[in-house]
Design a binder for this molecule. Structure first.
Ligand code: ADP
Ligand code: MG
Length: 238
């Protein structure tokens, strides 16, 4: 569970055709990175997949089912927002439990799922704290915990580390990769940072002005960039 297919997906905002037409296959369990310069349409593409924006044309399939007309909550995906999207007045426990409470899940089930997520994320000792009493990395893990408890078929990340300093970014990069190894759930990760793309991805999707320039493994893009844009962006010696 967690394959995603985009078929001729397009998006315009008024006159601006931000995404002309994208075809893409994401396999169950893959770690896919959308990379490209600022304004190339990475967030828009992720939001289309999440259902936070309506497509202008084309289809989105999740596990073979057409979800193009479905609301975000019906797609079985979890978007991980930056850590500042946490509720400051709620404990870590209640921040993580929030989506389950909204879905009126049994309290005992909620407690167990929060416990499991906290254990995976090393947050067990911090459940009664407020976000303001945590480090930046811990806050980011709480934001991830809130996604984990929903047991999504895929996680969607939009530049989750861009607010963190360089050292912490490195640590969190490893933690998210480790989380993927552990959960083996599909992840789509948006970044403008080539290092994140090259070190985290099974598959990199290089975007430029709303078009896919190339799709491939980090090694493929590095050793066989299709054009100068990819070569320049990935930093390969073409
Ligand atoms: P990225 O995430 O790669 O930086 P975005 O997907 O945010 O790029 O934006 C792609 C283009 O779409 C930009 O030119 C941006 O200004 C435009 N855009 C994004 N969202 C909207 C919107 N809601 N209304 C109008 N234009 C938008
Ligand atoms: Mg963006």
């Amino acid at each position: 569970m967690g394959s995603i297919t985009l078929s001729k997906v397009s998006k315009s905002f008024g006159e601006a055709k931000v995404i002309p037409s994208i075809d893409l296959e994401i396999q169950d369990g893959e770690f896919v990175v959308f990379v490209g310069p600022s304004g190339c349409g990475k967030s828009t593409l992720l939001r289309l997949i999440a259902g936070l924006e309506d497509v202008s044309g084309g289809q989105i399939l999740i596990d073979g089912k057409d979800v193009t007309q479905k609301a975000p909550a019906q797609r079985g995906l979890a978007m991980v927002f930056q850590s500042y999207a946490l509720y400051p007045h709620m404990s870590v426990r209640n921040n993580i439990a929030f989506p389950l409470k909204m879905a009126k899940v049994d309290k005992a089930v909620i407690d167990q799922k929060v416990q499991d997520a906290a254990s995976i994320l090393n947050l067990t000792d911090y459940l009664e704290r407020r976000p303001s009493q945590l480090s930046g990395g811990q806050r980011q893990r709480v934001a991830i915990g809130r996604a984990i408890v929903r047991e999504p078929s895929a996680f969607l990340f939009d530049e989750p580390l861009s607010n963190l300093d360089a050292a912490l970014r490195g640590t969190m990069r490893l933690e998210i990769s480790e989380l993927h190894n552990q959960l083996k759930t599909t992840m789509i990760y948006v970044t403008h940072d080539q290092i994140e793309a090259m070190t985290m991805a099974d598959k990199i999707v290089v975007l430029n002005r709303g078009n896919i320039e190339q799709v491939g493994s980090p090694l493929e893009l590095y050793s066989r960039p299709r054009n100068l844009f990819v070569a320049g962006f990935i930093g390969s010696p073409r």
